[in-house]
Write a protein of this length. Structure first.
Length: 259
């Protein structure tokens, strides 16, 4: 019985030691994969915090098991194509308070379906490719950017989940219509369908062009008629100015003889 207790005690000790060893290896492995300047921790998944890390671009060595990724308050200026493609478990992505100006068409490929929160607020984004947020299921925060309100932005917001709330927080820094500058995009979109403006502009241009040609034709016709009238008047005056034909003496004698 004593031997059994001793064996169980040693087995339990070995199990605890082995468990500690495995956890230590896992922690060391996670720490070794953590990008430079970032902090990694486990809490409901791998959390990678790279806030205020003076990053000028998005790290390319992000751990594939990352669930929460904080890249806020850095100097990132662009989001390249497929930069997050291997982060299939990513749920929260914070890119706020950077200097982001460009978002490539396939920037969120691979995470669009899994993302729950995307924060792009307080950047320098003026416009994005119309397919940049395709299939994005996340609740997006894109306020406090110098947006240019046009047809492309209208298409982008329509393709996003919760687009009503998102559009309501977008303020037009500039717009294809001057009267929309400084106004919420949602109000601008309700006032006018920005995607129909080019067609309307083309229609107006065609109408003005046709009116111009019509005016030229009418002017030519009027000029032609007046010119002909003037020529006819001059010709008539010329005929009137000619001396009338007088009878010859021989003709007068012949008439008298017949009588």
């Amino acid at each position: 019985m004593h031997l059994v207790d001793l064996w169980l005690t040693r087995s339990l000790s070995m199990c605890l030691l082995l468990q500690s060893f495995v956890l230590m290896i896992l922690c060391f492995h996670s720490a070794s994969m953590c990008p430079k300047g970032c902090l990694c921790s486990h809490s409901g998944g791998l959390n990678v915090s790279c806030s205020n890390a003076n990053l000028k671009e998005i790290p390319r060595d992000l751990p594939p098991e990352t669930v929460l990724l904080y890249l806020d308050s850095n100097q990132i200026t662009s989001i390249p194509n497929e930069i997050f493609k291997d982060l299939h478990q990513l749920r929260v992505l914070n890119l706020s308070r950077n200097g982001i100006e460009f978002i490539d068409e396939h920037a969120f490929k691979g995470v669009a379906e899994t993302l729950q929160t995307l924060d792009l607020s307080d950047n320098r984004i003026k416009s994005v490719h119309k397919n940049a947020f395709n299939n994005l299921k996340a609740r997006a925060r894109i306020a406090n950017n110098p947006w240019h309100c046009d047809c492309t932005l209208q298409q982008v917001l329509r393709s996003m989940a919760s687009n009503h709330e998102t559009a309501n927080n977008v303020i037009c820094k500039t717009s294809v219509l001057d009267e929309h500058e400084g106004r919420p995009f949602l109000n601008a979109a309700n006032d006018a369908d920005l995607c129909n403006l080019p067609k309307k502009t083309t229609d107006y241009a065609m109408l003005v062009t046709m009116f111009g040609w019509f005016t030229m034709v009418i002017s030519y016709v009027v000029y032609y008629v007046r010119q002909n009238q003037e020529d006819a008047r001059r010709h008539l005056e010329y005929l009137k100015s000619l001396p009338s034909r007088q009878k010859k003496p021989d003709e007068a004698d012949d008439i008298s003889t017949v009588v």
